[in-house]
Design a binder for this molecule. Sequence first.
Ligand code: NAI
Ligand code: MG
Length: 359
Amino acid sequence: KTLTIGLIPADGIGKEVIPAARRVLEALPEGAPKFNFVHLDAGFELFQKTGVALPEETVERLRAECDGALFGAVSSPSHRVAGYSSPIVALRKKLDLYANVRPVASARGQKDGKPVDMLIIRENTECLYIKQERIETTPSGEKIAWADRRISEHASRRIGRMAFRMALARDALRQKTPEAERLWKGPPTVTIVHKSNVLSTTDGLFRETVRAVQGEDPAFEGVRVEEQLVDSMVYRMFREPHCFDVAVAPNLYGDIISDGAAALVGSLGLVPSANVGDTFVVGEPVHGSAPDIAGQGKANPVAAVRSAGLLLEHLGYTNEAARIYNAVDSVLVKGNLVTPDLGGNATTDQLTDAICRQL
Ligand code: NAI
Ligand code: MG
């Protein structure tokens, strides 16, 4: 089987870590699918040159030719630039990538730091991020700002299904690893993150809808369902991250807890994500374009490499994905090649070579 993968390095270190991820995919041993790579443009630098951040051709070729894609990072400016909007945000919309899936895990065998092996699934399309904001001025001249928050059954149901499916998929993968190396010993577990003690209508609907998903499929009955209020979720995640398997949350809470969780494993350069829809997947490192180190060959490629693993996992190639995760973990645990973000002086290429050799 040949997989056609769109590569969109975009800006800054995206141009360094996406080629690294490509090399790792190509280093997969005999038996893995063959890869056909399609190079596609997007980004702020492209916008500065051409006035377009996400060319129509990029979207069209992803739809028409590709099984999935890898996206690097964009250098979105913090001030408003006329005519510019983030290409990755646009891509998520155009391809209806409604789930943002972020595994946060310590390397297997890692001795320092808290052990963590969790998967955060963030709803990617609604909640407060529908950006329905308005401002009113009272007769006495005081301003009041409002924002609407949308929680729909439809969006909650499909993100809930994703959470149950992923909990089962993780469990299946776990069964293949030796008992001693498994961090999570319990049954597949989904923790619903909400605040329905206060927001009983919106968060209440999210909570009930995700819970109800369990009744849809006999396979889901093997999943344990837990709940955690979002504030105590943050507290527990830092105190005892090993207590979580899959966590599912509405957009805003998911955004906050997933960035927070990334701090648990030591560097943004380690954390991958996937934007997942029913018909398409885009793997994407969580980090940005890192202008402070771009062009110096010292970016940590692990987040991008693990994102390539996630992409394969979502395309159904779980064995190949596991190979990539294991190769990365071995190299990290060996500890003789360490990039500057983790206190060493290894280069992007050296680390990538080591991962390829390990494969
Ligand atoms: P950043 O993630 O680019 O960098 C934060 C810090 O982490 C920097 O010191 C950087 O050197 C370091 N870092 C990040 N990834 C690394 C890696 N792989 N290896 C080693 N060190 C790494 O976030 P920042 O600085 O807030 O944003 C820079 C630009 O990136 C901005 O224009 C922002 O809009 C954009 N950005 C884009 C994202 C995306 O494409 N999804 C996500 C976050 C930021
Ligand atoms: Mg964020």
